[in-house]
Design a protein around this ligand. Structure first.
Ligand SMILES: Nc1nc2c(ncn2[C@@H]2O[C@H](COP(=O)(O)OP(=O)(O)O)[C@@H](O)[C@H]2O)c(=O)[nH]1
Ligand SMILES: [Mg+2]
Length: 267
């Protein structure tokens, strides 16, 4: 049994420690507000193989083939199971902190979703879709073609989106400031002639299965609390004669970058 004296001392110790901790905790709070303003966090979500890693690499101005000590924590294989972190900085000490949420592998995915939408809620979400052109993941130990039809891919994207959309809704309703969502329709080089139709499919109010889910999300979160943009993009263009040459890709990337900068209050 504990003596009253020991108990009392422990109690005093706790009080002092508590007070010191409370004072200390205010500094990180201020620092984190400043950091949030200058380096807003962006969750990069979407199904495995849609092109999240490629896009995050392009947006953070890093070629995915490049590797340096700071990329040690990142992986470039399709369907990475760990959360990838990318930071982009510019000369004016502004930038973004991208958090690429793994698309599959239940255990790490759920933890990553908790982190970006609950534990350290992000400022905005870049949800990546590929109009049914996700690259199948080659799982170790499996044989045979992992080919899924475009219809199956679109259905899988929709299922993946339902889960993420719920997380976004609950994050949006919990806070005062608005949340932004950009749906990035990537791999536009693979459907260069149908970009408008693809953007329409992924847009709110379009009446498509994906559009309906966006409408539901907006209704859940409250229209004023969530802004939604849908932008086509492409992380790897073809040569000059292709339907989507590198220059056209870079233009699309530039438009996406500008929109994110506007949403983050950088411009
Ligand atoms: N054609 C084309 N392929 C892309 C594009 N972006 C990514 N990919 C390819 O799609 C595959 C999956 O990309 P990745 O970024 O690893 O997907 P993640 O699993 O969502 O991170 C890779 O083989 C990429 O080279 C794109 O814009 N166009
Ligand atoms: Mg990846």
């Amino acid at each position: 049994m504990q003596s009253p004296l020991r108990h009392g001392r422990a109690a005093i110790g706790t009080t002092i420690a508590g007070g010191a901790l409370a004072a200390l905790s205010q500094a990180p709070e201020r620092a984190s507000r400043l950091l949030r303003h200058r380096y807003p966090t962006v969750a990069v979500t979407g199904m495995t193989g849609v092109g999240k890693t490629r896009l995050a690499d392009r947006l953070s101005r890093r070629a995915s083939s490049q590797s340096s000590s700071s990329t040690a924590s990142s992986t470039t294989d399709v369907g990475s199971a760990t959360m990838e972190r990318r930071t982009r900085r510019n000369a004016r000490l502004r930038g973004y902190r991208f958090r690429v949420v793994p698309g599959e592998n239940a255990a790490t995915r759920l933890g990553a979703l908790d982190e970006v939408f609950h534990d350290e809620p992000v400022d905005g979400v870049l949800h990546v879709v590929a109009n049914g052109h996700a690259t199948p993941r080659r799982t170790a130990g499996t044989t045979g073609a992992a080919d899924a039809s475009r219809e199956e891919q679109l259905a899988a994207e929709l299922e993946d989106w339902s889960i993420t959309a719920h997380r976004i809704a609950s994050m949006a309703v919990r806070r005062e400031r608005p949340t932004w969502l950009v749906v990035a329709v990537t791999k536009a080089d693979l459907f260069a002639d149908d970009v408008d139709a693809a953007v329409h499919y992924y847009s709110p109010g379009s009446g498509s299965p994906f559009g309906d889910k966006l409408d539901e999300l907006r209704a859940l979160a409250g229209g004023a609390k969530l802004s939604i943009d849908v932008l086509p993009v492409c992380s790897q263009g073809g040569d000059k004669r292709s339907a989507m040459p590198e220059k056209a890709c870079t233009d699309l990337l530039g438009r996406l970058e500008l929109r994110i900068a506007q949403l983050c209050g950088h411009v």
